[in-house]
Write a protein that binds this ligand. Structure first.
Ligand SMILES: C[S@@+](CC[C@H](N)C(=O)[O-])C[C@H]1O[C@@H](n2cnc3c(N)ncnc32)[C@H](O)[C@@H]1O
Length: 170
């Protein structure tokens, strides 16, 4: 791992807006904030919107700037990427932003029933060879159902014809 990445990881441990639960840790430590993000982290009653596979979090931070009365959580497994958005949100005092570093495969361990109003999938990897890694596959949709409200929206923004077509035929 490069020195830059190590520094980012160390710094990110001190960030109040980042929660890190990569595989391995999660099985031992339950996530106490499941079902309680609004009261325990955001301290408001506003809707919660997720960006899955947020990368550097540009979209999460951008939406948070535009909609201060909505809570946004960016989720990705890559810590060095999340660092960028998390630092920006802290520098700008955006209190309606959080980042969760984990594998989306286990996302239902972090959100309770009806806790999330909308999901954004922004330029997700098409994963042409592995349907189980595709974020719009049944595998993932089944997990999103655990916490997305009835009538909740999943937005897909993609430049991949493959992913668009695969998702649209459902
Ligand atoms: C193609 S990038 C898009 C990043 C960002 N949304 C953008 O538009 O620039 C896909 C991102 O999804 C993350 N990702 C893909 N599958 C994931 C999974 N199962 N769990 C966590 N993160 C995942 C990757 O780490 C990567 O940062």
């Amino acid at each position: 791992m490069s020195k830059g990445k190590l520094q980012k990881f160390a710094e990110m441990e001190t960030f109040s807006n980042v929660f890190q639960y990569p595989y391995g840790v999660i099985s031992k430590i339950p996530f106490d904030m499941k079902g309680h993000w609004r009261e325990q982290y955001f301290h408001n009653d506003n809707p919660v919107i997720l960006e899955l596979g947020c990368g550097k979090g540009e979209y999460t931070v951008g939406l948070a700037r535009l909609y201060p009365n909505i809570n946004f959580i960016g989720i990705d497994i890559k810590g060095a990427r999340i660092y960028t958005g998390a630092k920006q949100a802290l520098d700008e005092n955006l209190s309606n932003v959080a980042f969760l570093r984990t594998n989306i495969e286990i996302i239902d361990r972090f959100f309770g029933k009806d806790e999330v109003q909308e999901i954004w999938l922004t330029f997700s990897d098409p994963q042409m060879k592995n349907v189980h890694k595709r974020l719009t596959s049944t595998f993932f949709l089944t997990r999103y159902r655990h916490f997305l409200i009835d009538g909740g929206i999943i937005h897909l923004k993609t430049d991949s014809n493959f992913l668009f077509t695969y998702t649209a035929i459902w």
